[in-house]
Design a protein around this ligand. Structure first.
Ligand code: NAI
Length: 328
């Protein structure tokens, strides 16, 4: 039998955690033949709730689960971790300035980066879900100097999946007929969902749809503001869809993108497409053998250029702000 893979989940008692854990335990994160050891990291006040979730995990009798630890200490939680899903974060509360938000999250992601640096397994893969995801990933990564920077990623797969869903409705096709869609930039309202390289049943998506009004006034804002629309409708933020995207992100990273297709991941920039080196920005990426690569050589038209630049500018501002706060 295979050695279990250690998966650490922070914010395990939260709503995304609740939607995520059972799918990991059932084999959907890494594969139906891969046993997992779960480490749930929570703040002390939420440990009891995490224990309740662990009781339910026990009660599912998942054959792939080889153990569950519930911890409130980051050093212990990341010890030997192969996969880390950083979901727990400090949400923005009323009247909170951006600086306060970044500072509060620095207090979470700096020690977690340090703990990953100190104790995670050599093959550690990190996905940051907790917002502001790109910048939280940058903070954690900058405190893990011994871990290759490319192991720190942030989630834009939910945006990617939302864009696929909107495009499939517009085109009247199944999402299975869509390929090569890209989310660029920050996981925020400035993100840019790009269909100029996307394909609908093998044909260029932008040309097939041929509706610039829809692209500008419907598709892009619908995708970018979907999080707020879910809160408005559900009375709570996206949880199952966020968990599903986290599963997709790691599954794709580990198992590879399909031939001829790519996905969207926020990864450390090497300067591609004019994104300053070191920023954690969303790009079109292919994955193979547990490694990602930014898709090179795409032609960027003026419409896309302006939107990519605006989102990347916001990322640079967030980086400058956390630098000023001494968080990186
Ligand atoms: P939630 O508030 O239900 O759960 C968050 C959990 O994190 C809580 O149980 C809290 O106790 C825990 N936590 C806080 N600080 C922690 C720490 N230092 N260590 C360990 N755990 C800690 O929130 P929810 O709905 O589960 O969302 C989690 C995060 O995911 C939020 O930041 C949210 O904005 C973000 N998000 C990101 C998306 C993306 O596409 N990147 C999509 C949806 C949500």
């Amino acid at each position: 039998t295979r050695t279990p893979v250690t998966v650490t989940i922070t914010g395990a008692a939260g709503q995304i955690g609740y939607a995520l854990l059972f799918r990991i335990a059932s084999g959907q994160l890494l594969g139906a033949d891969v046993p997992v050891r779960l480490r749930l990291l929570e703040i002390p006040q939420a440990v009891k709730a995490a224990e309740g979730t662990a009781m339910e995990l026990d009660d599912c009798a998942f054959p792939l689960v080889s153990g569950i630890d519930i911890l409130d200490d980051a050093a212990k939680a990341f010890e030997g971790a192969n996969v880390a899903l950083l979901v727990g974060a400090r949400p923005r509360t009323k009247g909170m300035e951006r600086g306060d938000l970044l500072e509060a999250n620095g207090g979470i992601f700096k020690p977690q980066g340090e703990a990953i640096n100190a104790g995670a397994a050599d093959d550690i893969k990190v996905l940051v879900v907790g917002n502001p995801a790109n910048t939280n990933a940058l903070i954690a990564q900058s405190h893990a100097p011994d871990v290759p920077a490319e192991r720190f990623t942030a989630m834009t797969r939910l945006d990617h999946n939302r864009a696929l869903a909107q495009l499939s409705k517009k085109a009247g096709v199944s999402v299975a007929d869509l390929r090569r869609l890209t989310i660029w930039g920050n996981h925020s309202a400035t993100q840019y969902p790009d269909i100029f390289h996307a394909e609908i049943a093998g044909k260029n998506a932008a040309e097939t749809v041929n509706d610039q009004g829809w692209l500008e006034n419907d598709f892009i804002p619908t995708v970018a503001k979907r999080g707020a629309a879910i809160i408005e409708a559900r009375g709570a933020s996206s949880a199952a869809s966020a968990a599903s995207a986290a599963i997709d992100h790691v599954h794709t990273w580990v198992n590879g993108t399909a031939e001829g297709d790519w996905t969207s991941m926020a990864v450390v920039s090497d300067g591609s497409y004019g994104v300053p080196e070191g920023l954690i920005s969303s790009f079109p990426v292919t994955t193979k053998d547990g490694k990602w690569e930014i898709v090179q050589g795409l032609e960027i038209n003026d419409f896309s250029r302006a939107r990519i630049d605006a989102s990347v500018r916001e990322l640079a501002e967030e980086r400058d702000a956390v630098r000023k706060l001494g968080l990186i």
